[in-house]
Write a protein that binds this ligand. Sequence first.
Ligand SMILES: Cc1cc2nc3c(=O)[nH]c(=O)nc-3n(C[C@H](O)[C@H](O)[C@H](O)COP(=O)(O)OP(=O)(O)OC[C@H]3O[C@@H](n4cnc5c(N)ncnc54)[C@H](O)[C@@H]3O)c2cc1C
Length: 251
Amino acid sequence: MARAAVSGRLGARLRWQAATLVERREETASAQTLVFDVPGWAGHLAGQHVDVRLTAEDGYSTQRSYSLASAQDADRLELTVQRVPDGEVSPYLIEGLAVGDRIEIRGPVGGWFVWRPEQREPVLLVAGGSGLVPLMAMIRAREAEGSRAPFRLLYSLREPADRLYAPDLERGSAGLDVTYVYTRSAPQGATRPPGRLAPADLVQWGWPPDFEPTVYVCGPTGFVEAAAVQLVAQGHDPGRIRTERFGPSGG
Ligand SMILES: Cc1cc2nc3c(=O)[nH]c(=O)nc-3n(C[C@H](O)[C@H](O)[C@H](O)COP(=O)(O)OP(=O)(O)OC[C@H]3O[C@@H](n4cnc5c(N)ncnc54)[C@H](O)[C@@H]3O)c2cc1C
C-alpha cells in the first residue's frame, strides 16, 4: 500500500505534464516571471525545480531546469527566467512563448535544497544573480506559512538594474534581513564599494556559525563554490550548507 503510494507520487513527478502560459511579468530588462497553469499539479516545496521540455514541429526536443519561484499555489507555477545571451531555451521562453502557448514540465525535482515550514533555525540565503529564484520561493513560503524563523538574504548581483523581485524585497517582512552585494556598480550612497562577495560580507551580514543556521547557496557554479568554501573556512558545518548550481561560472 505504502509502496503503491510512493510509486504513484514518483510516477507523477517523472511524467511530463502540459503547462499553459497564463501570464508573464517583467522583472528586469533581461528576466521575466512566467506563470503557468498546470492542472492537477501535486504541489512542491520551496527550493525545488522543474524540468522544462520544448519540442519543435520537426520533433527536435530540448530540456532545461528552472527553479520554482512561488510558494505552493494550487495549479499555478511561477518560473523566473534570466535571458542567457545566445542561449537556446531562455531567449525562447522570454520572447518566443505567447500567453496561451503550452510547454511540457516534469517535477517537482529535488529533496535536499528545500526549506520546510517546520524548520525553526536561523536561515542564511546566499544568492548569485538568478540564483535568487529558489531562495525567493523560500522567503515566500516563510511568509505564506507565517513562520517566524529568522532569515537573512545576501544577494550578489552586478548592478541595481539587475535586481529581481525588487518590490517584494523592498516591502520586506518581519524577521527577514536583505543585503545587496553589488559586483560592478552600486547605487549612490551605498557604503560598500562594488566587488565580489567577500568573507567580510558573510561575517557582517550572515549568521555566526554558533547560531547553527542552515545555509542555502544558489547561483553560477563558480559563485556557489567560492561562497561554500568561505562559509566552511568561517566555521559553518558543511552538513548545514546546501548548494544548487545553475550552470557555468559566468553570470
Ligand atoms: C537546478 C537548476 C535550476 C535552474 N533554475 C533556473 C532559474 O530559476 N532561472 C534561470 O534563469 N535559470 C535557471 N537555471 C539555468 C537553466 O537551466 C539554463 O541553463 C539557462 O536558462 C540557460 O539555458 P539556455 O538554453 O538559454 O542556454 P544554453 O543554450 O544552454 O547555453 C548558451 C551559452 O550560455 C552558457 N550558459 C548556460 N547556462 C548559463 C547560466 N545559467 N549562466 C550563464 N551562462 C550560461 C552556456 O555555457 C553556453 O555558452 C537552472 C539550472 C539548474 C541546473
